[in-house]
Design a protein around this ligand. Structure first.
Ligand code: 5GP
Length: 215
């Protein structure tokens, strides 16, 4: 019989014993694609994920809770975090700055939890370059018309902001080929999108040759 490397047996045993092998998932979507709804769906099903609260310099919306949806900070505070190397990535989007803190990622991974980064395409590209083995998932509505409808229904944007966000959405959809997975969140079929996300996470836990995560 062919000699099986010791590392292979160790891996089989670790998986049989359910030793956590947490991963980092990036979830990108055009604004209004339903990211928060699918993540809420995953939580309802008890999928153990840690969604990282990121920093932004944009003003807080009425529906948002500081520290839960974002850490809302000034431009100066943002620049300090960036200069102190506390951000894994940062990007400018629709005239505001956004950035992902490293620390909560390190802490969640240490607890054995999968990490979800809800970030846009430039950030996704940075993270995948810096951290091999990150899984990139894009969540999309079924059409640009549907996206526009959702944004209008949300009523959080001025007409000018809405146009800016729609233009940004087009640019984002064009970058879907850079992603590993595409999940379409069709109106009225949220649970199907949640199913697909859950299955992607499960499949990624069966993957072999995952590089160790170093931030
Ligand atoms: P919004 O202003 O609509 O909440 O977010 C605008 C976009 O920025 C969304 O695509 C959101 O996922 C993304 N975003 C939120 N936090 C971060 C971050 O820390 N880094 C990057 N690159 N994008 C982020």
């Amino acid at each position: 019989m062919t000699a099986v490397p010791e590392a292979v047996f160790e891996e089989i045993e670790a998986r049989a014993a359910g030793v956590p092998r947490p991963r980092i998932f990036v979830l990108s979507a055009a604004a209004g694609a339903g990211k928060d709804s699918v993540l809420a769906g995953l939580r309802r099903r008890g999928v153990p994920i840690h969604v990282v609260v990121t920093y932004t310099t944009r003003p807080q919306r009425e529906s948002e809770v500081a520290g839960v949806d974002y850490r809302f900070i000034t431009r100066e505070a943002f620049e300090r975090l960036r200069d102190n190397d506390e951000l894994l990535e940062h990007a400018e989007y629709a005239g505001h700055f956004y950035g992902t803190p490293k620390r909560p990622i390190v802490e969640a991974l240490a607890r054995g939890e999968d990490v979800i980064l809800k970030i846009e395409v430039q950030g996704a590209a940075t993270v995948t370059r810096k951290v091999p083995g990150v899984v990139l998932i894009f969540l999309s509505p079924e059409s640009l018309e549907e996206l526009e409808r959702r944004l209008r229904e949300r009523r959080t944007e001025s007409p000018e902001q809405l146009q800016r966000r729609l233009a940004a959405a087009g640019r984002e959809l064009a970058r879907i080929p850079e992603y590993d997975y595409l999940v379409v969140n069709r109106r009225g079929y949220l649970e199907q999108a949640v199913d697909q996300l859950e299955h992607i996470i499960a499949a990624e836990h069966c993957r072999v040759n995952v590089p160790p995560i170093r931030l």
